[in-house]
Design a protein around this ligand. Structure first.
Ligand SMILES: NC(=O)c1ccc[n+]([C@@H]2O[C@H](COP(=O)([O-])OP(=O)(O)OC[C@H]3O[C@@H](n4cnc5c(N)ncnc54)[C@H](OP(=O)(O)O)[C@@H]3O)[C@@H](O)[C@H]2O)c1
Length: 281
C-alpha cells in the first residue's frame, strides 16, 4: 500500500534532497513549510510551524512515516517533544530523526534530547547522525569561495564532509523500509579532509585559485557579523570549527554505503556537481 511520508524542513538542505529521492519510491510526499512554495518534488505542501500546534493536525493526518528535523532557528526542544507525542497519538508508525554526528556522546545536546524522546514515544525510530554537510561550502561559504577564499577557523583539523544528497538518500530508505527501525546511522563521506585539501580540490575543479586562510576565532566572528549573520550563529559555527581544529570531526564511517549499497559522494564530486553555482563572474 502506498504510504504517506511527512517531511519537516522540506525547504531546507536535507529536506529538499529527501523530496528529490522520494520521487523514486511508492510514497505520497507531504512537505511542510511555514510559507509553502508549492514547487519542487512533493505531492502536497502544507503550512506548518513547530511553534504553532494549530498547524500540526493537517500535517499529521494519515501519515505513516515522519522525517523530523530540529530547525537551526528553533531551539525549543519542548515543542518538538510535543509534536512527536502528537505524531504517536495519531498513529504515525515510523520516525527518522535528523540528528548530528556525536549526539550519542552528548546527552545535553538538543538533538540527543529529541532522539531520546522519540525513542521513548513508541514510534519506530531511526537516527541519522551526519557529519558536516559538504553543502555548507556553497550555502554558507559560497560568496567567499567564489572570491577565492575559504575563511574558517579549523586549523589543520580534518572533517569527514558528508553530501546532504546522501543524507537525503539514506533518509528516504529508512522512512520507507521498516528494516531500519531501532538503528542509528553515523553518516560521513568516504574520507576526511583538511580545509587546505578542500581548497586544493576546489581550485582544481573550479579552475580558479581558492586559498584556505584559517582566520583566528575573533577574526572569523567579526567576518561573520560583517556578513550580517547573528552573533549566536557565529558562535555556534566557531564551536563547530573548533571541534574540527581539535581533530574531533574527522571520523569516517561506512554507514552511507551500508544503507545505500554504494559509495558516498566525495568532495571532488560535490565541486564537480556544483561548479555551475560556483563559477566566477
Ligand atoms: N549543516 C550541517 O553541516 C549539519 C550537520 C549535521 C546535522 N545538521 C543538523 O541538520 C538540521 C538542519 O537541517 P538542514 O540543514 O537540512 O536545514 P536548513 O537548510 O537549515 O533548513 C531549515 C528548515 O527548517 C524549517 N523551519 C525553520 N523554522 C521552522 C519552524 N518554526 N517550524 C517548522 N519548520 C521550520 C525551514 O523551513 P521553512 O522556514 O520554509 O518553514 C527549513 O526547511 C539541524 O538540526 C542541524 O543541526 C546540520
Amino acid at each position: 500500500m502506498t504510504e504517506t511520508v511527512l517531511v519537516t524542513g522540506a525547504t531546507g538542505t536535507v529536506g529538499s534532497a529527501l523530496r528529490a529521492e522520494l520521487v523514486d519510491y511508492d510514497a505520497v510526499v507531504r512537505a511542510t513549510a511555514q510559507s509553502p512554495p508549492g514547487d519542487g518534488p512533493a505531492d502536497e505542501w502544507v503550512t506548518f510551524d513547530f511553534e504553532k500546534p494549530e498547524t500540526w493536525g493537517a500535517a499529521l493526518a494519515a501519515v505513516d512515516a515522519l522525517f523530523l528535523l530540529r530547525p537551526p532557528e528553533a531551539s525549543r526542544v519542548g515543542r518538538l517533544r510535543e509534536f512527536v507525542d502528537a505524531a504517536a497519538r495519531v498513529g504515525v508508525e515510523r520516525c527518522t530523526v535528523l540528528s548530528v554526528l556525536g549526539a550519542d556522546r552528548n546527552p545535553l545536546l538538543p538533538h540527543r534530547r529529541v532522539e531520546r524522546h522519540v525513542a521513548a514515544s513508541g514510534l519506530d525510530w531511526t537516527f541519522l547522525r551526519p557529519s558536516f554537510f559538504t553543502q555548507n561550502l556553497t550555502e554558507v561559504h559560497g560568496e567567499s569561495l567564489r572570491a577565492g577564499e575559504i575563511a574558517v577557523p579549523a586549523g589543520d583539523g580534518e572533517t569527514s564532509f558528508v553530501d546532504a544528497r546522501d543524507v537525503g538518500a539514506v533518509a528516504a530508505r529508512t522512512l520507507t523500509d521498516p528494516g531500519h527501525a531501532g538503528t542509528a546511522c553515523d553518516l560521513t563521506g568516504p574520507e576526511a579532509l583538511t580545509y587546505s585539501e578542500v581548497a586544493a580540490v576546489a581550485s582544481d575543479v573550479l579552475g580558479y585559485p581558492v586559498e584556505y586562510t584559517d582566520p583566528s576565532l575573533p577574526r572569523f566572528v567579526v567576518g561573520e557579523l560583517r556578513h550580517g549573520r547573528p552573533l549566536g550563529y557565529a558562535l555556534v559555527m566557531s564551536g563547530l570549527y573548533t571541534t574540527a581544529r581539535l581533530g574531533l570531526a574527522g571520523r569516517v564511517t561506512d554507514d552511507v554505503g551500508r544503507v545505500l549499497g554504494r559509495d558516498p559522494r566525495d568532495v571532488r564530486t560535490f565541486f564537480e556537481d556544483y561548479a555551475g553555482e560556483l563559477g566566477q563572474d
